[in-house]
Design a protein around this ligand. Structure first.
Ligand code: SF4
Length: 400
């Protein structure tokens, strides 16, 4: 989620961030010192839950204990939808949010708090939930997710019964799941269930135009499921190596956006998206994203078209999460889609430690099989035309 760190150029970024900040902080001149929030963060309904959420949410896949000032400022700027997970940073993300809530207990009722469990069964989910409540020093979670669902077969009746029980106990208000792979299949299935309140899925300028994603979005909206976009940058910054990249970069600059801000705007164009979850480990990113959220300028159709063109031209740079297409082609045991994501953390986010931590959770037996596989059949099926074999070998080298 830490994608907004990428920008066309430092100069352009600072110019834009500064312009946005001026509108945010008004006369105080110092965002960190702004005692009165000068912003009215746009809000959107979270599906049919009756709850409105800010269109920008704080992605907490970081050690939030080190981000107290950022959390404080986020609340002041109404970035009050906070997303974390029981596993983020080995629990340090939840603990940091707990530290914040202990210090500022009055803010709890303003915050729409989301966390997730990676447990495979309801017993594990109960243990995870209790631990999350304890770590975050709260009695309830606003939205509780099953983490990283990749198949509709995971949306079982026992999960439904568990969610109903926890709601009745007052421990969670809403229930749903996050999904990084096979998102469209999971979303379509969820739309017919009637017990999924919210979904957080990969969604960006690369994915939003596909028929499958459009169908899944429509089905979820009709079912009243609240939708949060993540991975909204589509894999990293717009580079400036080619003519078309420079053209795109130049157009955004002229409009006063960084490419990261333009990509957020492209996602917000879709009213079905309630919020964008993105990591904001420092004040600069928070300020830049808040500026983008506050800015009323629409991303012009021409820029949207150029983004789409850029997505086509660079499609082999970005995995779109359709694991059901490539993984069966190599026997179904190699988590190609996950490995692509871990490489993205390392390469596009510049966060190799995160990529390595995830990669090394893949059982050794599977990692050993990765090198010798023939990925030709998977490459032939991949709609993004990714060099899967080369990238799997690169992952072994860079993350192994
Ligand atoms: S590697 Fe290709 S087929 Fe496999 S999940 Fe990524 S985009 Fe889809």
């Amino acid at each position: 989620m830490n994608e907004t760190i990428h920008c066309l150029s430092r100069r352009g970024f600072l110019k834009t961030a500064a312009a946005g900040a001026a509108s945010i902080i008004g006369a105080s001149g110092n965002p960190a010192m702004a005692s009165q929030p000068q912003v009215t963060m746009p809000m959107r309904p979270f599906g049919k839950t009756g709850i409105d959420v800010p269109i920008l949410s704080f992605g907490g896949s970081l050690n939030t204990s080190l981000s107290m000032l950022v959390l404080r400022q986020a609340v002041k700027w109404s970035v009050t939808y906070w997303d974390t997970a029981n596993t983020y940073m080995g629990g340090r993300s939840e603990k940091g949010m707990g530290k914040y809530l202990e210090k500022y207990p009055a803010d709890r009722k303003r915050i729409f708090l989301v966390t997730k469990s990676h447990a495979w069964d309801t017993e594990g989910m109960s243990e995870d939930l209790n631990l999350s409540l304890e770590r975050m020093q709260t009695d309830y979670i606003d939205l509780y997710f099953m983490h990283s669902v990749s198949s509709s077969s995971e949306l079982t009746e026992d999960k439904k019964a568990w969610a109903e029980k926890k709601k009745a106990e007052g421990k969670i208000r809403l229930f749903g799941f996050s999904t990084h792979s096979n998102m469209e299949e999971c979303m379509l299935a969820a739309s017919g269930l009637g017990w999924i309140d919210g979904i957080m899925m990969r969604y960006n300028y690369r994915l939003m135009h596909t028929d499958d994603m459009r169908r899944a979005m429509d089905a979820c909206s009709q079912a009243g499921i609240g939708l949060t976009a993540m991975k909204s940058q589509g894999g990293g910054q717009v580079k400036t190596d080619t003519e078309s990249e420079l053209k795109l970069a130049g157009r955004f600059m002229k409009k006063g956006f960084t490419d990261a801000q333009a990509k957020l705007k492209a996602v917000w164009e879709h009213s079905n998206i309630a919020s964008i979850c993105t990591e904001m480990p420092n004040m600069t990113l928070l300020m830049s994203n808040v500026a983008a959220a506050m800015d009323k300028t629409k991303l012009p159709a021409r820029e949207m078209d150029l983004l789409q063109q850029y997505a086509r031209e660079t499609r082999s740079d970005c995995c779109t999460g359709c694991a059901a297409i490539c993984e069966p082609a190599v026997g179904g045991h190699i988590p190609i889609c996950d490995v692509m994501r871990y490489l993205m953390y390392a390469r596009s986010y510049g966060d190799r430690p995160r990529g390595r931590i995830h990669f090394q959770k893949i059982p050794l037996r599977i990692r050993q099989q990765m090198a010798g596989r023939d990925y030709g059949p998977a490459e032939q099926r991949c709609p993004q035309k990714m060099a899967i074999g080369r990238l799997m070998r690169a992952a072994l080298k860079e993350l192994g």
